[in-house]
Design a protein around this ligand. Structure first.
Ligand code: SAM
Length: 239
């Protein structure tokens, strides 16, 4: 394995940004290619440099790190675009999963595209396909709704508007908002099948399945912990 980490950079195109997914819980989900590219670039732009530093130390890589998060993305992006223009190779990572999927990176990547800089996105860990592929839902499409809005008034309106989409609806939600999510889903989708994928790829991974009403009633007093991705089957014929 040492050889993989230490692999030379000459086969990585100069002046390229590599978008590299990182594990959502299990370090083994970092691909061999991701490790090789992280080892070969000149620097890594990371959502949280401390968090990424720990991941890199576990795989024996030491790199210059730049922080790139939602509050500094525009300014940092300009600086990194210049480094890429000068021929350096860079990587973009976030704390967990795929950059740009409910995570920083979208504006940076837009700037890269607009500047005509070479860009390569790698496949890798992301909570959405893990939950979908374990769902057992038979579907030809899905709709990623992301996190529900922050403001209470907008949450139920958003859910009501999603009810018009006949698809598997995929949500991200934080643990402390789960009771609210379930009571809103109960108002809008009472009879639909729901799956909550909790702590996927981690030690206490769990899938909770049932109708929205069943799950709402059963887990009313549960104190939710960890990370959750939620699927609601809103396809025709499931209510
Ligand atoms: N970019 C990430 C991805 O590719 O999945 C998502 C980042 S977003 C800030 C974090 C949210 O993703 C969590 O609140 C949760 O909804 C979902 N998530 C991330 N890791 C997860 C896991 N191991 N199990 C279930 N959901 C997860």
């Amino acid at each position: 394995m040492k050889e993989v980490y230490q692999s030379p950079v000459h086969d990585l195109d100069a002046g390229t940004l590599f978008v590299v997914p990182t594990p959502i819980g299990n370090i083994e989900d970092l691909t061999l290619r991701s490790i090789r590219i992280l080892g070969g670039v000149d620097w890594i732009a990371a959502e949280d440099t401390r968090h990424t530093g720990l991941l890199l130390s576990r795989i024996g890589i030491k790199k210059q790190l730049f922080s790139l998060h939602q509050f500094n993305e525009s300014g940092r992006s300009q600086q990194l675009v210049e480094l890429l223009r000068s021929g350096q190779r860079g990587a973009l990572v976030t704390d967990a999963g795929t950059p740009g999927i409910s995570d920083p990176g979208q504006r940076f990547v837009r700037d890269i595209v607009q500047a005509g800089i070479s860009l390569m996105a790698l496949p890798g860990a992301c909570a959405i396909p893990v939950a979908l592929s374990a769902s057992g839902f038979v579907h030809s499409d899905f709709f990623f709704a992301g996190f529900p809005p922050m403001k209470s008034g907008q949450r139920i309106k958003r859910m009501q508007s999603l009810a018009a989409i006949e698809s598997i609806l995929v949500f991200y939600e934080s643990p402390h908002k789960m009771p609210r999510f379930l009571s809103e889903a109960y108002q809008v989708f009472p009879t639909r099948p729901i799956i909550i994928g909790r702590e996927l790829t981690k030690k206490f991974e769990e899938y909770i399945r049932g109708s929205v009403t069943e799950i709402h009633e059963k887990y009313q007093t549960r104190s939710w912990k960890g990370e959750m991705v939620i699927l609601i089957d809103n396809t025709a014929g499931t209510s």
